[in-house]
Each structure stands twice: as structure tokens, then as C-alpha cells.
Design a protein around this ligand. Structure first.
Ligand code: 2RA
Length: 329
């Protein structure tokens, strides 16, 4: 496979390269792509050096797959150009996620919908991916009516500038701000811009994308998304109301048997998911599973994942793996 990584020098792009190497993705030619100012720079992949090329050059090289992580505007403009050249684009931005003609894919849930006509495939938002992975098998079994989620999101979701802001504040250095407020010793209840309804775009992504991925518009979702000073991954407190009653041990066993999920739920040993330990891992970690005693048929759980891995790079590479394994590229 000839594979382009668009945004190869960015935070997610770098993890994409790492994940492609780790999983031994069948690459015959790697094309690292970045903005004009990075063209000519060298990046390393599996011990070899590759020169970064421009988007124009990359399109003319006709890769079979392009993994995009370069922001919504770049995706809107360039994904169609790659698609026209015969490349299948897997896009990590929000540009195509809610486009009804594009599939929004978490491979363990809905990769089966993909066909070779899908030339632009959307990778969901990080905080959505880790939540729906746990919700999907429970929806199948008990039918979800409503989800109330609060997130505790890593600064890596914003990018290098935010990680630097946290490091600077921690070290007491004045530097550039990625956020409107300090993040060290803080919790900022705003991720992305506000929409007219008073929710942030991140909150509405969780609402809209969950319905699309689970293929069920009747599921009600309400979210509060918060940035906290962690770097290892996003954490989520998720309250789920089902139509049908459940057995907590059965819920544990369903999640334990779900591909991509690691159950960490043992109160005797103080075992529960935490971002410090999720960092660098591909799985989604679920714990603190318990009945919501204030409401019928309702469950609480705590979900943690490395947002740069399963929340972005790993999910995109898994989509690419599915395409290759099923002869769709
Ligand atoms: C964040 N969801 O964490 C974003 C990244 N895509 O800010």
C-alpha cells in the first residue's frame, strides 16, 4: 500500500506514524505530507528517513490511502482532490463527520457498512469514540434511552501548544496561551466554541456523533465537556438509562468480552481506569461500573482512553486495516 499521512508533523500525525509502524501496516511507500512550511523536513519511519511533501505533490503520487489529520479546512479542500485521484481518505477532522453521504466509523461497531465507494471516511471525535465503544454492546442488549456524560479531557486534545502551556505554567514560565485561562491547577468547562444552544461544539459532537455511529436517532445524549491538566487521555463519567433492566455482572461480562475494551473494575484492589495508565495504549478502559440507585434501569461507569490513540490515530489505522483486509482499497 502507498500511504500518505497528511499532517505528519502534528501531534496526531506523529502518533499515526507510530501506530502504523507498531501494527506493521503493509506500507510499500510512505508519503508524509504537511503544510508548506514543513515541506522538505525529514521524518523517521521504521528506521528510514522520508522527506515531507506538499499536498499537491501527494495527490499527484496517487496513494491508495491517505490518513488526514490536518484540520477541518484542509480536509474540506483537499480530501475531495485525493478522492478524485482514486485515494481513499480517512479523515480525523470534523469536516465530514455529519455529512449524510459519509460514513462515521468506529471499526468494532460499524466498519461493516464500508464499501469501496467510500472514498472519504470520517474518524469520529476522540471523546465520542471511547464512549460509543462501551455503549454499543450495551445498546444492543438493553436499548439505551438516554446518556448523560461529563468529560475530563487531556490537553493533548488541543495540540502541542496546549501541552506547552501546561508545562510552562507548571514550571512557572510565562509563555503562549492555548486557552483563555491557565490550565495548571484548573478545570475549564469549555472545549471548542459555543453553539447557539449554550453547549460547546465538543458537547454537540458527542451528542450528534453518538446517534450517527449507533445508528439510532432516538438515543438522547447530553454532555458537559471539561479540559483538565492531564496529558495521558480523556476520562468520562457516563450515566446510561436503558429501556430494559440489567444485571451489573452481566454488564461487566459484556464489556469484558468487547473487542477494544479492557475492564478495570475491582474495588478490592482499587482497580479503575486512569489517564496516567491509559497513555500510549490502544484500548478503551472501563471501570467504576455500578447501578444508579436514584433511577430505574440506569448505570454509571467511568471510561478512559488515550485520545491520541483510540481517540484518533489507532481508530484511523484500524479503519485502514479493515479496508485492506476486505479488499476495499
Ligand atoms: C479535544 N476533541 O480534546 C478534541 C480533539 N479532537 O479538544
Amino acid at each position: 500500500m502507498k500511504v500518505a499521512v497528511v499532517g505528519a508533523t502534528g501531534m496526531v500525525g506523529e502518533v499515526m506514524l507510530k501506530v502504523l509502524a507498531e501494527r506493521n501496516f503493509p506500507i510499500t511507500e510512505l508519503i508524509p505530507v504537511a503544510s508548506e512550511k514543513s515541506v522538505g523536513k525529514e521524518i523517521e519511519f521504521k528506521g528510514n528517513k522520508y522527506k515531507v511533501v506538499s499536498l499537491d505533490t501527494a495527490v499527484s503520487m496517487k496513494p491508495q490511502i491517505a490518513l488526514f489529520s490536518a484540520g477541518g479546512d484542509t480536509s474540506k479542500e483537499w480530501a475531495p482532490k485525493f478522492a478524485e485521484a482514486g485515494t481513499t481518505v480517512i479523515d480525523n477532522s470534523s469536516a465530514w463527520r455529519m455529512d449524510p453521504t459519509k460514513k462515521l466509523v468506529v471499526p468494532e461497531i460499524n466498519a461493516g457498512e464500508l464499501t469501496e465507494d467510500d472514498k472519504i471516511i470520517a474518524n469520529p471525535n476522540c471523546s465520542t469514540i471511547q464512549m460509543v465503544l462501551a455503549l454499543a454492546p450495551l445498546h444492543k442488549k438493553y436499548n439505551i434511552e438516554r446518556v448523560v456524560v461529563s468529560t475530563y479531557q487531556s490537553v493533548t486534545g488541543t495540540g502541542v501548544k496546549a501541552v506547552k502551556q501546561l508545562e510552562n505554567e507548571y514550571a512557572g514560565i510565562q509563555g503562549e496561551m492555548a486557552y483563555k485561562y491557565p490550565i495548571h491547577r484548573n478545570a475549564i468547562p469549555q472545549i471548542d466554541v459555543f453553539e447557539d444552544n449554550g453547549y460547546t461544539k465538543e458537547e454537540m459532537k458527542m451528542t450528534r456523533e453518538t446517534k450517527k455511529i449507533l445508528g439510532d436517532d432516538s438515543i438522547k445524549v447530553t454532555a458537559t465537556t471539561v479540559r483538565i491538566p492531564t496529558v495521558g487521555g480523556h476520562s468520562e463519567s457516563v450515566n446510561v438509562e436503558f429501556s430494559n433492566d440489567f444485571d451489573v455482572n452481566e454488564v461487566r461480562s459484556i464489556l469484558h468480552n468487547t473487542a477494544g475494551i479492557t475492564l478495570q473494575d475491582n474495588l478490592d484492589t482499587f482497580t479503575y481506569p486512569m489517564p496516567l495508565y491509559a497513555e500510549g495504549k490502544d484500548d478503551v478502559f472501563v471501570g467504576r461500573i455500578r447501578r444508579d440507585e436514584s433511577r430505574d434501569n440506569t448505570l454509571n461507569m467511568w471510561i478512559v482512553a488515550d485520545n491520541l490513540r483510540k481517540g484518533a490515530a489507532t481508530n484511523a489505522v484500524q479503519i485502514a486495516e479493515y479496508l485492506v483486509a476486505n479488499g476495499l482499497v
